[in-house]
Write a protein that binds this ligand. Structure first.
Ligand code: DAH
Length: 338
């Protein structure tokens, strides 16, 4: 006849083997191994056994406890694996994943990166200034009289407090000279704003690269050489460059630059590109007044400045027909530059 402990073992093992979930397993653990569980009760009873019986039953009790403990662990693992398999069965691993789209630089950024690296090679460093400006930085300090048409409300975005959205990046010339004495050799790329009628070549927001070089003995020859080198590096070695006399309040003499290159779309046509000139002495004087010194002594220093339309440069470089494309975020357009 088998010992009641052996019957208990058989029952426990078969119940554990058929448990349907973790909860059922847990109640079986409590029932057999818990403080008042049936196997534990047997250890309590050991004391009441005879000396002869005790080692035999003790050994059996140990075996039963170990087997039941092992069976509980094994089946808990079995249930966990089954549960995991069930929840994964809903996932179709043969479905193609979501493709990760890799971004690319905007054509204006690409153009700017190229421009910056060319100017860097000539020793220019980067400068910047705010897009919301005062009239003084935008006009007065740049020798632009109060009755100048650019100051008209129809042409410029004014804020209620009298400040404005800068109409050009030439403001950074003033900020740079105010902050440091000569020599200065900087470019300042950034956005500018005008109340233009929006069309294929005009946008209320556009971008410029400003340049300023002030030192002793800077001449129109340096201006010409610098911009010719820049434009040939950017647009190709066969690019022809033409300087036309022009007027800007903050330069004297002033020029406009046109380019022509068979490598560019538009072929034999001259394309108007940028304004430039030798910094007007009145600009140095106004900067000195603001600095409270004579660091920019017009008798000692000379300099050139230029302001190029970045959008226009990129349109020429990449053969883009409409300035509005830069801001529309149409992926069919942008992907062509990726
Ligand atoms: N600020 C001028 C404009 O937006 C462009 C310009 C002309 C900038 C001559 C210059 C310059 O620095 O010297 O039309």
């Amino acid at each position: 006849m088998s010992h009641p402990l052996e019957e208990l073992r058989a029952l426990a093992l078969s119940e554990i083997a058929t448990a349907q979930d973790e909860q059922a397993l847990e109640s079986l653990r409590v029932r057999y191994l818990g403080k008042t569980g049936s196997i534990s009760v047997w250890s309590e009873q050991m004391r009441s056994l005879s000396k002869e019986e005790r080692p035999v039953v003790g050994k059996l009790l140990n075996e039963v406890r170990n087997e039941v403990t092992a069976a509980l662990a094994e089946n808990s693992e079995r249930l966990r694996a089954a549960h995991e398999a069930a929840s994964l069965s809903n996932i179709d691993i043969s479905l193609p994943g979501m493709p990760a789209e890799i971004g690319a630089l905007h054509p204006l950024t690409q153009m700017l990166d190229r421009a910056i690296s060319i100017f860097r090679r000539m020793g220019f460093s980067l400068a910047e200034g705010p897009e919301v400006e005062t009239e003084w930085y935008c006009f007065d300090a740049l020798n632009t009289a109060p009755d100048h048409p650019a100051r008209n409300e129809q042409d410029t975005f004014y804020l209620p407090d009298g400040r404005l959205l800068r109409t050009h990046t030439s403001t950074v010339q003033i900020r740079t000279m105010q902050a440091a004495p000569p020599p200065i050799r900087v470019i300042a790329p950034g956005a500018a704003y005008r109340r233009d009628e929006v069309d294929a070549t005009h946008s209320a927001q556009f971008h410029q690269i400003e340049g300023l070089y002030v030192d002793e003995d800077v001449t129109v020859g340096d201006l010409k050489g610098t911009l010719e080198f820049f434009l040939r590096e950017l647009l190709g070695p066969e690019t022809e460059i033409r300087f036309r006399p022009h007027f800007f309040p903050f330069t004297e003499p002033s020029f406009e630059i046109d380019v022509k290159s068979r490598a560019l779309k538009g072929g034999e046509k001259w394309l108007e590109l940028t304004g430039c000139g030798m910094v007007h002495p009145a600009v140095y004087e106004e900067v000195n007044r603001a600095r409270g010194d004579n660091a920019y002594d017009p008798e000692k220093y000379a300099g050139f400045a230029f302001g190029m339309g970045m959008d226009r440069l990129a349109m020429i470089l990449f053969d883009i027909p409409d300035i509005r494309l830069f801001a529309q975020n149409d992926l069919r357009f942008l992907r062509q530059f990726a």
